[in-house]
Design a protein around this ligand. Sequence first.
Ligand SMILES: [Zn+2]
Length: 143
Amino acid sequence: MSSESATKPRRPDGKRLTLRDLPEIHARDLMRDKLISIATASVDVVLGTQKTTLRLVPRQFANGGYFMFFVCDCGRWARTMRLWQGKAQCKWCIGLPDDHPPREYQVAQAQKRVEQSKRNPGIAKRKLRWAEARLKASKLGAK
Ligand SMILES: [Zn+2]
């Protein structure tokens, strides 16, 4: 754990710094772009302006599918790594709060997924209802 977290780092605009402000890399994006596969043990990436090598480990499912995880220096597995204090780290090492995307954005994404899902629209519709309920609840809470 870093001792910096006690000082509550801020963005230039004075707002609290969150994980979303840091340069980040997602394992799923590397998968989608076919830059890594289940056999990849490490990958060279550019985070922000910094070049770094990240170790990878697969997590396999019974159906043959798999997720790739980055292995942080702390030993934890993470789907996302971010540049923090000159080093690629997992969210647990960085210790900053996560800033969830705005509720309106979540609803828009859920709507898009309902339109796109052909095989199992029931799940997408249920998630859309949840997102709408969260948006409604957040508006009630703000009053
Ligand atoms: Zn870590």
